[in-house]
Write a protein that binds this ligand. Structure first.
Ligand SMILES: NC(=O)c1ccc[n+]([C@@H]2O[C@H](COP(=O)([O-])OP(=O)(O)OC[C@H]3O[C@@H](n4cnc5c(N)ncnc54)[C@H](OP(=O)(O)O)[C@@H]3O)[C@@H](O)[C@H]2O)c1
Length: 306
Protein backbone atom coordinates (compact mmCIF):
# COMPACT_ATOMS: atom_id res chain seq x y z
CA UNK A 1 0.00 0.00 0.00
CA UNK A 2 1.01 3.65 -0.44
CA UNK A 3 2.04 5.75 2.56
CA UNK A 4 3.60 9.20 3.02
CA UNK A 5 6.64 8.68 5.26
CA UNK A 6 9.69 10.44 6.63
CA UNK A 7 12.95 8.76 7.62
CA UNK A 8 14.04 11.30 10.21
CA UNK A 9 13.26 14.77 11.56
CA UNK A 10 13.42 17.33 8.78
CA UNK A 11 13.42 14.58 6.14
CA UNK A 12 11.29 15.40 3.07
CA UNK A 13 8.10 13.31 3.10
CA UNK A 14 7.97 10.72 0.31
CA UNK A 15 5.47 8.19 -1.02
CA UNK A 16 6.58 4.67 -0.14
CA UNK A 17 5.14 1.27 -1.00
CA UNK A 18 4.90 -0.65 2.27
CA UNK A 19 3.16 -3.69 3.73
CA UNK A 20 -0.39 -3.33 5.06
CA UNK A 21 -0.43 -2.92 8.84
CA UNK A 22 -1.92 -5.67 11.02
CA UNK A 23 -4.34 -4.76 13.81
CA UNK A 24 -2.96 -5.99 17.13
CA UNK A 25 -4.90 -6.34 20.39
CA UNK A 26 -7.28 -3.43 20.90
CA UNK A 27 -6.77 -2.05 17.38
CA UNK A 28 -8.84 -1.74 14.24
CA UNK A 29 -7.56 -1.80 10.67
CA UNK A 30 -9.06 1.13 8.78
CA UNK A 31 -9.22 1.64 5.05
CA UNK A 32 -8.45 5.35 5.02
CA UNK A 33 -10.84 7.37 2.86
CA UNK A 34 -9.62 10.85 3.83
CA UNK A 35 -6.86 12.39 5.94
CA UNK A 36 -6.56 16.05 6.92
CA UNK A 37 -3.40 18.15 6.89
CA UNK A 38 -2.60 20.19 9.98
CA UNK A 39 0.30 22.40 11.09
CA UNK A 40 0.85 19.54 13.56
CA UNK A 41 2.09 17.34 10.69
CA UNK A 42 4.58 20.01 9.66
CA UNK A 43 5.81 20.41 13.26
CA UNK A 44 6.13 16.65 13.79
CA UNK A 45 8.11 16.32 10.56
CA UNK A 46 10.40 19.21 11.47
CA UNK A 47 11.10 17.70 14.90
CA UNK A 48 9.78 20.73 16.83
CA UNK A 49 7.57 18.52 18.99
CA UNK A 50 10.07 15.69 19.58
CA UNK A 51 10.07 16.24 23.37
CA UNK A 52 6.29 15.76 23.55
CA UNK A 53 5.66 13.46 20.60
CA UNK A 54 8.84 11.50 19.78
CA UNK A 55 8.65 9.66 16.46
CA UNK A 56 9.96 6.23 15.47
CA UNK A 57 11.32 6.13 11.89
CA UNK A 58 10.34 5.49 9.21
CA UNK A 59 7.25 7.37 10.32
CA UNK A 60 3.96 7.51 8.42
CA UNK A 61 2.55 11.02 8.75
CA UNK A 62 -1.11 11.87 9.41
CA UNK A 63 -2.86 12.27 12.75
CA UNK A 64 -6.46 13.00 11.63
CA UNK A 65 -8.25 10.57 9.33
CA UNK A 66 -11.51 8.82 8.57
CA UNK A 67 -12.55 5.66 6.78
CA UNK A 68 -14.04 2.21 7.13
CA UNK A 69 -13.14 -0.59 9.55
CA UNK A 70 -11.80 -3.54 7.55
CA UNK A 71 -10.72 -5.82 10.41
CA UNK A 72 -10.85 -5.75 14.17
CA UNK A 73 -8.08 -6.87 16.51
CA UNK A 74 -8.50 -9.09 19.56
CA UNK A 75 -10.59 -7.55 22.31
CA UNK A 76 -12.25 -4.82 20.24
CA UNK A 77 -15.96 -4.64 21.00
CA UNK A 78 -16.80 -1.02 20.17
CA UNK A 79 -16.63 -1.46 16.37
CA UNK A 80 -17.47 -3.98 13.69
CA UNK A 81 -16.15 -4.47 10.19
CA UNK A 82 -17.81 -1.99 7.84
CA UNK A 83 -18.23 0.76 10.47
CA UNK A 84 -17.43 4.30 9.33
CA UNK A 85 -15.07 5.91 11.85
CA UNK A 86 -12.91 8.94 12.59
CA UNK A 87 -9.46 8.32 14.13
CA UNK A 88 -7.14 10.58 16.05
CA UNK A 89 -4.34 8.50 17.58
CA UNK A 90 -1.56 9.99 19.68
CA UNK A 91 0.50 12.17 17.28
CA UNK A 92 3.59 10.00 17.97
CA UNK A 93 1.79 7.20 16.23
CA UNK A 94 0.56 9.00 13.09
CA UNK A 95 -0.35 6.61 10.28
CA UNK A 96 -3.15 8.47 8.50
CA UNK A 97 -1.44 9.46 5.24
CA UNK A 98 -1.76 5.94 3.90
CA UNK A 99 -4.24 3.63 2.23
CA UNK A 100 -4.69 1.60 5.43
CA UNK A 101 -3.95 2.36 9.08
CA UNK A 102 -4.04 0.27 12.20
CA UNK A 103 -5.35 2.39 15.08
CA UNK A 104 -6.21 1.80 18.75
CA UNK A 105 -10.00 1.47 18.92
CA UNK A 106 -9.89 3.86 21.91
CA UNK A 107 -8.67 6.59 19.55
CA UNK A 108 -11.66 6.21 17.19
CA UNK A 109 -15.28 7.33 17.16
CA UNK A 110 -18.09 6.60 14.77
CA UNK A 111 -18.53 8.97 11.86
CA UNK A 112 -21.98 10.46 12.42
CA UNK A 113 -24.46 10.10 9.54
CA UNK A 114 -24.57 13.74 8.41
CA UNK A 115 -20.80 13.87 7.90
CA UNK A 116 -18.72 12.57 4.99
CA UNK A 117 -15.32 10.93 5.62
CA UNK A 118 -13.67 14.09 4.20
CA UNK A 119 -15.44 16.21 6.78
CA UNK A 120 -14.85 13.74 9.59
CA UNK A 121 -11.10 13.70 8.93
CA UNK A 122 -10.92 17.50 9.31
CA UNK A 123 -12.50 17.62 12.75
CA UNK A 124 -10.08 16.27 15.40
CA UNK A 125 -7.12 18.66 15.63
CA UNK A 126 -8.59 21.81 14.11
CA UNK A 127 -12.12 21.43 15.46
CA UNK A 128 -10.87 20.12 18.81
CA UNK A 129 -8.58 23.08 19.30
CA UNK A 130 -11.38 25.51 18.48
CA UNK A 131 -13.93 23.80 20.71
CA UNK A 132 -11.80 23.05 23.77
CA UNK A 133 -9.79 26.30 23.65
CA UNK A 134 -12.89 28.49 23.39
CA UNK A 135 -15.34 26.57 25.51
CA UNK A 136 -13.10 24.92 28.15
CA UNK A 137 -10.01 27.10 28.40
CA UNK A 138 -11.45 30.55 27.62
CA UNK A 139 -14.90 29.75 29.01
CA UNK A 140 -16.53 31.88 26.30
CA UNK A 141 -20.08 32.86 27.27
CA UNK A 142 -23.19 34.12 25.51
CA UNK A 143 -23.09 37.86 24.92
CA UNK A 144 -19.31 38.12 25.16
CA UNK A 145 -17.04 39.41 22.41
CA UNK A 146 -14.19 37.25 21.13
CA UNK A 147 -11.32 38.16 18.82
CA UNK A 148 -10.16 35.17 16.77
CA UNK A 149 -6.81 35.61 15.05
CA UNK A 150 -6.27 33.69 11.80
CA UNK A 151 -10.00 33.29 11.23
CA UNK A 152 -9.50 31.83 7.74
CA UNK A 153 -7.27 28.95 8.85
CA UNK A 154 -8.14 25.43 9.95
CA UNK A 155 -8.78 26.22 13.62
CA UNK A 156 -10.21 29.68 12.87
CA UNK A 157 -12.99 28.43 10.58
CA UNK A 158 -14.22 26.11 13.33
CA UNK A 159 -13.68 28.70 16.07
CA UNK A 160 -15.77 31.39 14.36
CA UNK A 161 -18.69 29.01 14.04
CA UNK A 162 -18.42 27.61 17.58
CA UNK A 163 -18.22 31.14 18.98
CA UNK A 164 -21.31 32.23 17.03
CA UNK A 165 -23.14 29.10 18.16
CA UNK A 166 -22.25 30.02 21.75
CA UNK A 167 -23.95 33.41 21.24
CA UNK A 168 -20.78 35.51 21.18
CA UNK A 169 -19.97 38.54 19.04
CA UNK A 170 -17.09 37.47 16.82
CA UNK A 171 -14.24 39.64 15.58
CA UNK A 172 -11.62 37.97 13.42
CA UNK A 173 -8.36 38.78 11.65
CA UNK A 174 -7.69 37.58 8.11
CA UNK A 175 -6.25 38.93 4.86
CA UNK A 176 -6.99 38.97 1.12
CA UNK A 177 -9.79 36.63 0.10
CA UNK A 178 -9.80 35.38 3.70
CA UNK A 179 -11.67 38.54 4.75
CA UNK A 180 -14.83 37.78 2.75
CA UNK A 181 -14.51 34.09 3.50
CA UNK A 182 -14.32 34.72 7.26
CA UNK A 183 -17.32 37.05 7.12
CA UNK A 184 -19.30 34.45 5.25
CA UNK A 185 -18.58 31.98 8.06
CA UNK A 186 -20.31 34.30 10.49
CA UNK A 187 -17.71 36.73 11.83
CA UNK A 188 -19.45 40.01 12.74
CA UNK A 189 -16.38 42.10 12.02
CA UNK A 190 -13.21 41.17 10.14
CA UNK A 191 -9.96 43.11 10.32
CA UNK A 192 -7.59 42.74 7.37
CA UNK A 193 -4.39 42.38 9.36
CA UNK A 194 -2.22 43.41 6.42
CA UNK A 195 -3.90 46.79 5.86
CA UNK A 196 -5.44 47.60 9.27
CA UNK A 197 -4.05 47.62 12.78
CA UNK A 198 -6.18 45.18 14.77
CA UNK A 199 -4.72 46.62 18.00
CA UNK A 200 -6.48 49.92 17.20
CA UNK A 201 -9.92 48.26 17.40
CA UNK A 202 -12.46 50.55 19.01
CA UNK A 203 -14.26 47.84 20.97
CA UNK A 204 -12.92 45.88 23.94
CA UNK A 205 -13.05 42.11 23.89
CA UNK A 206 -13.65 39.50 26.57
CA UNK A 207 -11.65 36.73 24.93
CA UNK A 208 -8.75 36.54 22.48
CA UNK A 209 -8.08 33.25 20.72
CA UNK A 210 -4.46 33.66 19.63
CA UNK A 211 -3.58 31.32 16.76
CA UNK A 212 -0.50 33.35 15.72
CA UNK A 213 1.67 34.15 18.77
CA UNK A 214 4.58 36.63 18.81
CA UNK A 215 3.78 40.27 18.22
CA UNK A 216 0.13 39.46 17.43
CA UNK A 217 -0.26 37.93 20.86
CA UNK A 218 1.62 40.73 22.65
CA UNK A 219 -0.48 43.45 20.97
CA UNK A 220 -3.73 41.66 21.74
CA UNK A 221 -3.47 42.26 25.50
CA UNK A 222 -4.42 45.90 25.08
CA UNK A 223 -7.83 44.95 23.66
CA UNK A 224 -8.93 42.81 26.60
CA UNK A 225 -11.43 44.10 29.10
CA UNK A 226 -10.54 43.83 32.81
CA UNK A 227 -11.05 40.15 33.67
CA UNK A 228 -10.70 39.10 30.04
CA UNK A 229 -9.01 35.89 28.90
CA UNK A 230 -6.36 35.26 26.28
CA UNK A 231 -5.76 31.70 25.16
CA UNK A 232 -2.87 30.94 22.82
CA UNK A 233 -2.35 27.75 20.86
CA UNK A 234 1.11 28.90 19.76
CA UNK A 235 3.29 30.34 22.54
CA UNK A 236 3.03 30.73 26.33
CA UNK A 237 1.72 34.22 27.12
CA UNK A 238 3.61 36.65 29.34
CA UNK A 239 2.20 36.00 32.84
CA UNK A 240 3.53 39.29 34.23
CA UNK A 241 1.88 41.26 31.43
CA UNK A 242 -1.42 39.47 32.07
CA UNK A 243 -1.24 40.23 35.80
CA UNK A 244 -0.46 43.88 35.22
CA UNK A 245 -3.46 44.22 32.88
CA UNK A 246 -5.87 42.35 35.15
CA UNK A 247 -6.54 39.57 32.64
CA UNK A 248 -5.78 35.88 32.50
CA UNK A 249 -3.65 34.32 29.80
CA UNK A 250 -2.84 30.69 29.15
CA UNK A 251 -1.26 28.35 26.66
CA UNK A 252 -3.57 25.68 25.24
CA UNK A 253 -2.42 22.15 24.42
CA UNK A 254 -4.93 19.87 22.74
CA UNK A 255 -5.79 16.65 24.55
CA UNK A 256 -8.21 14.38 22.70
CA UNK A 257 -7.87 11.39 24.99
CA UNK A 258 -10.75 9.55 26.63
CA UNK A 259 -14.20 10.67 25.56
CA UNK A 260 -13.09 14.05 24.30
CA UNK A 261 -13.08 13.11 20.60
CA UNK A 262 -16.68 11.89 20.95
CA UNK A 263 -17.66 15.10 22.77
CA UNK A 264 -16.08 17.14 19.99
CA UNK A 265 -17.78 15.29 17.15
CA UNK A 266 -21.13 15.68 18.96
CA UNK A 267 -20.46 19.39 19.34
CA UNK A 268 -19.82 19.71 15.60
CA UNK A 269 -23.07 17.93 14.75
CA UNK A 270 -25.25 19.57 17.42
CA UNK A 271 -24.02 23.07 16.60
CA UNK A 272 -24.40 22.40 12.86
CA UNK A 273 -20.80 23.41 12.25
CA UNK A 274 -19.83 23.49 8.58
CA UNK A 275 -16.57 21.67 7.99
CA UNK A 276 -14.91 23.88 5.41
CA UNK A 277 -12.72 22.00 2.95
CA UNK A 278 -10.63 24.27 0.76
CA UNK A 279 -9.13 21.52 -1.39
CA UNK A 280 -9.00 17.78 -1.84
CA UNK A 281 -5.82 16.27 -3.18
CA UNK A 282 -4.87 12.71 -4.10
CA UNK A 283 -2.51 11.25 -1.50
CA UNK A 284 0.09 10.67 -4.21
CA UNK A 285 -0.04 14.41 -5.08
CA UNK A 286 0.39 15.52 -1.45
CA UNK A 287 3.50 17.65 -2.09
CA UNK A 288 1.89 20.96 -3.16
CA UNK A 289 -0.64 20.71 -0.34
CA UNK A 290 2.21 20.05 2.10
CA UNK A 291 4.11 23.14 0.94
CA UNK A 292 0.96 25.27 1.18
CA UNK A 293 0.30 24.05 4.72
CA UNK A 294 3.93 24.77 5.58
CA UNK A 295 3.55 28.37 4.36
CA UNK A 296 1.19 29.28 7.21
CA UNK A 297 -1.27 30.78 4.71
CA UNK A 298 -3.58 27.88 3.92
CA UNK A 299 -7.35 28.36 3.97
CA UNK A 300 -9.64 26.17 6.09
CA UNK A 301 -8.83 22.46 5.64
CA UNK A 302 -6.99 20.44 3.01
CA UNK A 303 -7.84 16.76 2.67
CA UNK A 304 -5.68 14.00 1.19
CA UNK A 305 -7.56 11.20 -0.54
CA UNK A 306 -5.76 7.82 -0.74
N1 LIG B 1 -1.42 23.96 20.99
C1 LIG B 1 -2.19 23.13 20.33
O1 LIG B 1 -2.63 22.10 20.87
C2 LIG B 1 -2.52 23.42 18.90
C3 LIG B 1 -3.53 22.71 18.25
C4 LIG B 1 -3.86 23.06 16.94
C5 LIG B 1 -3.19 24.11 16.30
N2 LIG B 1 -2.19 24.75 16.96
C6 LIG B 1 -1.48 25.85 16.32
O2 LIG B 1 -2.43 26.89 16.07
C7 LIG B 1 -2.04 27.61 14.91
C8 LIG B 1 -3.23 27.71 13.97
O3 LIG B 1 -3.56 26.41 13.48
P1 LIG B 1 -4.39 26.28 12.13
O4 LIG B 1 -4.61 24.84 11.90
O5 LIG B 1 -5.54 27.20 12.14
O6 LIG B 1 -3.28 26.83 11.09
P2 LIG B 1 -3.45 27.20 9.56
O7 LIG B 1 -4.69 26.57 9.00
O8 LIG B 1 -2.15 26.92 8.91
O9 LIG B 1 -3.66 28.80 9.58
C9 LIG B 1 -3.50 29.46 8.39
C10 LIG B 1 -4.17 30.81 8.46
O10 LIG B 1 -3.40 31.72 9.30
C11 LIG B 1 -3.61 33.00 8.76
N3 LIG B 1 -2.56 33.94 9.20
C12 LIG B 1 -1.22 33.82 9.00
N4 LIG B 1 -0.59 34.86 9.59
C13 LIG B 1 -1.56 35.64 10.16
C14 LIG B 1 -1.55 36.84 10.92
N5 LIG B 1 -0.40 37.47 11.23
N6 LIG B 1 -2.72 37.33 11.38
C15 LIG B 1 -3.90 36.72 11.09
N7 LIG B 1 -3.99 35.58 10.37
C16 LIG B 1 -2.83 35.05 9.91
C17 LIG B 1 -3.55 32.80 7.27
O11 LIG B 1 -4.24 33.84 6.64
P3 LIG B 1 -3.49 34.67 5.45
O12 LIG B 1 -3.17 33.65 4.40
O13 LIG B 1 -4.53 35.65 5.03
O14 LIG B 1 -2.26 35.27 6.05
C18 LIG B 1 -4.24 31.44 7.11
O15 LIG B 1 -5.60 31.55 6.73
C19 LIG B 1 -0.85 26.86 14.31
O16 LIG B 1 0.35 27.52 14.70
C20 LIG B 1 -0.92 25.49 14.96
O17 LIG B 1 0.34 24.89 15.08
C21 LIG B 1 -1.84 24.42 18.22
Amino acid sequence: MKAVRIRGYGNEPAIDDIAMPEPTEGEVLMQVQAAALNPLDIQLQAGYLSDWFPLAFPFTLGTDFAGVVKRIGYGVTAFDEGDAIIARPNPSRGGGFAEYASVPAAACVRLPTPLTPDEGACIPTAGGTAWFALIDSANLKTGETVLIHAGAGGVGTFAIQFAKAAGARVLATASGDGVAFTRELGADRVIDYRSEDFAALDEPVDVVLDLIGGDTQARSFGLLRQGGRLVSTVSPPDAEKARSKGVSASMFALDLSGDRLAELVNAVVENRIRVVIDRKVALTDFRDAWVRQQSGHARAKTVLIP
